[in-house]
Design a binder for this molecule. Structure first.
Ligand code: ZN
Length: 341
């Protein structure tokens, strides 16, 4: 019970990419970059194990960004002529590749990292992929002209990739959908149906991660505008509770989400965010334990997975791993209180 895990991304080593920024440029090229990505992936696994996590991941060390990383082997996309568009309902501007033809997966995207991680850990292995709605929201589109249609095209490509990751020994496939906290009414309309298509045929556990974003200024400003109570989950969690997804990853630590909302996920495994990724202050194990205790009123321990609020890619690397160690230690405190180990 109370098995700990991370949302997804981790900071990359200094020799691989520029630190503490999103879409950080790589410092290596060609063969050296390909090898460097795998070396960093194996290092991330080792450091997660040392921090004491129970469920580990690739830390997204081989991806420039959690969305655009998936596009490496996807056809129909123009990377040369990026367009600046407003994403997450115009919360911030980003230079995004442009969809100019049918979306088709032309080959494996993450098989190298999946093999490397599986070869180097016996722990439960979780792998993240962007969800269809978030993909659609992070791309310019000169081809489909219909977001739902484009989401289903991506869902097919994601499904091919997910099936391959499962075959390589991945235990949990998590789809990241921060866009679900922005376009709440579209989740039941086509967001969740597209995600169901993306997970079709998978026998491993499947998860969705819904958050308030990385700890970057645009997101922090947005959060400040959301008022005293963040009730976005109230619209979407009842639909997710009825879906075929096994697990849901939510933001809880230092957030204004009323904690009782996670009770809407009855029957699901819940990855409860106990680590704030928007501050460099490292939570103490006791801070983590307090968050777990509060949330445990709504999620039973066997369905409770203490986690981070969101990815940690833009953070200082020592802060990030320090937070993971506190997460594991905090969960251990509560486990002991419950008489478990
Ligand atoms: Zn997130």
């Amino acid at each position: 019970m109370l098995k700990t895990t991370l949302a997804g991304s981790l900071p990359k080593p200094l020799w691989l990419a520029e630190p503490e920024r999103l879409w950080a440029p790589w410092k290596l090229e060609g063969e050296a970059l390909a090898q460097g990505k795998l070396d960093a992936t194996i290092l991330a696994i080792k450091r997660q194990e040392d921090a004491g996590l129970d469920i580990v991941g690739d830390g997204e060390q081989a991806r420039s960004h959690f969305v655009h990383g998936f596009l490496a082997n996807v056809g129909g996309i123009d990377f040369e002529n990026k367009k600046t568009i407003g994403i997450r309902n115009d919360r911030y501007k980003a230079d995004c590749p442009n969809v100019i033809g049918p979306i088709v997966r032309t080959g494996s995207v993450h098989s190298a990292e999946a093999r490397a991680t599986r070869a180097h850990t016996r722990k439960t292995l979780k792998f993240t992929l962007p969800g269809p709605m978030t993909l659609v929201d992070t791309l310019a589109d000169d081809y489909y002209g219909d977001r739902a249609k484009m989401a289903f095209a991506f869902a097919e490509a994601l499904n091919e990739e997910a099936l391959e990751l499962e075959a390589l020994g991945v235990d949990i496939i998590q789809f990241d959908e921060p866009a679900w906290n922005v376009y709440m009414s579209l989740v039941s309309e086509w967001g969740l149906p597209a995600l169901e298509r993306a997970k079709q045929g998978l026998k491993c556990k499947t998860a969705v991660h819904i958050c308030y974003g990385y700890g970057i200024k645009a997101n922090n400003d947005w959060k400040a505008s959301l008022g005293m109570e963040w009730r976005q989950y109230e619209d979407t969690l009842p639909h997710i509770a009825k879906s075929s997804l096994d697990m849901v990853s939510l933001e809880c630590r230092n957030s204004k989400v009323p904690i009782e909302l996670i009770g809407l996920l009855k029957g699901k495994d819940v990855m409860v965010g106990c680590i704030d990724v928007a501050t460099d202050e490292i939570e103490t194990p006791e801070d983590v334990a307090a968050t777990i205790r509060a949330a445990m009123n709504y999620v039973p321990p066997e369905k409770f997975f203490p986690a981070t609020n969101c990815g940690m890619a833009p953070m200082n690397i020592d802060v990030a791993y320090g937070k993971l160690a506190s997460l594991a230690q905090g969960a251990a405190i509560v486990r002991k209180e419950l008489g478990g180990s």
